[in-house]
Design a protein around this ligand. Structure first.
Ligand code: C5P
Length: 311
């Protein structure tokens, strides 16, 4: 008879961070959200969530590791915790699970790392608890948790409308190389949207979600043409993020001087994204940011990457 204990069932899931290749933001709606038209691309920086079975009635517990783990809440405000709770409630189970997050996406950086945690947790708990929900069900639950969660489930490249949660896949060819400059002090997404509203009210910005401005961008993606993609990058939240963090202007400038094919604030920031010609070029841009003290950390990645999946 073997005395070895049965392994504790656990499931590990990886979900990607994202960059908005374009982000067109419309005027604030009555529901407190802004209608968007955005092209999302998943990047190879990813979160890994491990969900481990615990005893009945143990509830949810959460641990985190990674370079910026100290900046992540470990309680019910964490989107991963809320994802486990929501899924359990949806299927009528007790939310008993130990969650561990290995963070590979900059925290509060406009790259949807928290949304990736939520997406990975939904997939992991679904597998651990054997709830057998469809992808469609998980996407609907994800949309309740946050506007970017459906895309972290989806991955690859997609056009998002609504709050950013209604997705249509976009065709792309080849691999794109990105460098990211992250800051230790994050920006709150609602604060950036709030500044966007102020700039619109002051007549300094015009909302653009109604425009169909992404034809060149979609063509660049289909052709796998990084130069054309760099020229088509667009972010309506950039002005608001720069208004809150004027020093990011210098980070953008350094990337452009380093030959970036395009450089912009990623999503609501403060991370700056630079599209590079090659991995070597991305590493060179990142090295210049570090040398010029224009980032607290630098990250190089390829894109597109797959959506949340069990490892
Ligand atoms: O959906 P999520 O929880 O990620 O959104 C965080 C906040 O960002 C919202 O409460 C809202 O203030 C703002 N937001 C917005 N319009 C969107 C998405 C987010 O105003 N389309």
């Amino acid at each position: 008879m073997s005395l070895a204990a049965a392994p504790t069932p656990s499931v590990r899931v990886r979900a990607p961070g994202k960059v908005n290749l374009s982000l067109h933001v419309g005027p604030l709606d009555d529901d407190g959200y802004h209608p968007l038209v955005s092209v999302f691309q998943a990047v190879s920086l990813a979160e890994e969530v491990t969900a481990t079975q615990v005893g009945d009635g143990a509830g949810i517990s959460l641990t985190v590791d990674g370079p910026q783990a100290d900046r992540v809440p470990l309680d019910a405000t964490n989107l991963a915790w809320r994802a486990a709770e929501l899924l359990a409630r949806h299927v009528g189970l007790a939310p008993d699970v130990a969650l561990h997050l290995a963070k590979g996406v900059p925290v509060a950086g406009g790259m949807a790392g928290g949304s990736a945690d939520a997406a990975a947790t939904l997939v992991a708990c679904d597998a651990l608890w054997g709830t057998g929900l469809s992808r469609q069900d998980l996407v609907a639950l994800g949309g309740e948790l946050g506007s970017d969660v459906p895309f972290a489930l989806h991955g690859h490249t997609a056009v998002g409308t609504g709050r950013g949660h209604l997705l249509t896949p976009a065709m792309t060819r080849g691999e794109f190389h990105w460098a990211f400059a992250a800051q230790d002090e994050g920006l709150s997404t609602p604060a950036v949207y709030g500044r966007f509203d102020e700039l619109v009210a002051a007549g300094r910005l015009a909302p653009t979600a109604e425009v169909d401005a992404d034809t060149a961008l979609m063509q660049a993606l289909r052709a796998g043409d990084p130069t054309a993609l760099g020229a088509a990058l667009h972010n309506d939240l950039q002005a608001a993020a720069l208004d809150l963090r004027p020093e990011l202007e210098r980070t953008l400038e350094i990337a452009r001087n380093g030959g970036a094919l395009g450089a912009m604030v990623s999503g609501s920031g403060p991370t700056v994204a630079a599209l590079a010609r090659s991995r070597q070029h991305a590493l060179a841009i990142a090295a210049t940011w570090t040398a010029e003290d224009a980032a607290d950390s630098v990250w190089c990645t390829t894109a597109p990457a797959a959506g949340a999946r069990v490892l």
